[in-house]
Design a protein around this ligand. Structure first.
Ligand code: HEC
Ligand code: HEC
Length: 263
């Protein structure tokens, strides 16, 4: 079944699926792939225990509901949005992320650490709860994101950071609904529920909550226009992306728990 979804034959997509399958087969961690020419550094220079941390962090990133279950309230993994284990340009990659923090955060109204940013993601995108600073999962995720930041300079953003820039257009949810039916429902389901963990939900109880970054139609449009449909990326016009984002935005999803409003 997986073969049907890697029509573009992207080797990284195949690698991602292989990693997911390895994860299902048992505790057989896959080290982050890297070459000397990659924008991020391999774990080769690190000590054994650091490598273990990085491996666990990558597993958590790729299969969050499985490896950080205590803090997750839905069926989304970090890598469902931060594509290719957080290495794909214009899919909010983690490359050099550790060198950008601490950073001013608009939502929090103050300077936050990378770990506080992870806590936000758990409370919002993962519809769960902030993971403790001293938890095994926090340390592992930190090690993984650090491993993608070795080559970068302090304060210098990776050129593929965030999403592509789009001028804001008015989205038409009625047009978006028919676009969704023809270009998205085949993978994400007519009911938006997907087939997790391979095909992520886009609305409903297993999706991100209404406090998440992806709940902003402009951000979603910028994500979609470069990254979706996964088997034919960059085939949507900016208007298509705003229309389908407006439709997905109009569908039900979990409510952000206000108890976590400081995250
Ligand atoms: C539903 C999609 C989604 C999921 C799941 C998700 N994120 Fe994000 N994340 C986003 C969006 C959207 C942004 C904002 C990107 C932007 O504004 O450019 C973001 C931003 C971030 C940033 C800051 C990036 C930057 O360039 O400043 C970090 C770090 C991050 N996420 C980590 C994580 C981690 C770790 C997980 C898993 C525990 C996770 N995210 C899960 C959608 C998601
Ligand atoms: C061929 C299958 C496929 C198609 C078609 C497809 N997607 Fe996706 N989508 C995925 C996969 C797989 C991911 C996880 C990221 C990755 O591995 O590329 C994803 C991730 C997403 C995400 C972020 C994670 C989440 O679940 O919230 C959104 C939003 C999304 N897709 C929306 C769409 C929309 C809208 C369309 C139609 C324009 C679409 N997708 C078409 C397979 C697909």
């Amino acid at each position: 079944m997986f073969g049907n979804y890697s029509i573009t034959g992207l080797s990284l997509v195949a690698l991602g699926l292989a990693a997911a399958l390895a994860g299902c087969a048992g505790p057989q961690p896959t080290p982050p792939a890297a070459t000397s020419t990659s924008p991020y550094q391999t774990a080769a220079v690190l000590s054994g225990s650091e490598k273990q941390q990085i491996r666990l962090g990558k597993l958590i990133f790729d299969e969050t509901p499985k490896y950080a279950s205590a803090y997750v309230g839905n069926k989304l993994s970090c890598s469902d949005c931060h594509i290719q284990s957080g290495t794909a340009a214009h899919a909010a990659p983690m490359i050099n992320m550790a060198k950008l923090f601490p950073m001013f955060n608009k939502r929090a109204g103050r300077v936050i650490s990378l770990q506080e940013r992870f806590q936000e993601c758990f409370a919002r995108s993962e519809n769960g709860r902030p993971l403790p600073m001293d938890s095994v999962e926090m340390k592992a995720l930190t090690a993984y994101v650090n491993s993608l930041s070795i080559k970068g300079k302090k304060g210098e953003a990776y050129k593929g950071r965030g999403f592509v820039k789009l001028d804001e257009l008015a989205g038409n949810p009625v047009k978006g609904k028919s676009l969704y039916a023809s270009k998205c429902a085949g993978c994400h389901g007519a009911d938006g529920a997907g087939v997790p963990p391979i095909l992520p939900p886009v609305w409903g109880p297993n999706s991100y909550n209404d406090g998440a970054g992806m709940d902003d139609p402009k951000k979603m449009a910028a994500f979609l226009v470069h990254n979706m449909p996964q088997n034919y990326p960059q085939s949507l016009t900016a208007q298509d992306a705003f229309d389908v984002a407006a439709f997905v935005h109009s569908m039900p999803r979990p409510k952000f728990n206000q108890a976590y409003k400081n995250y």
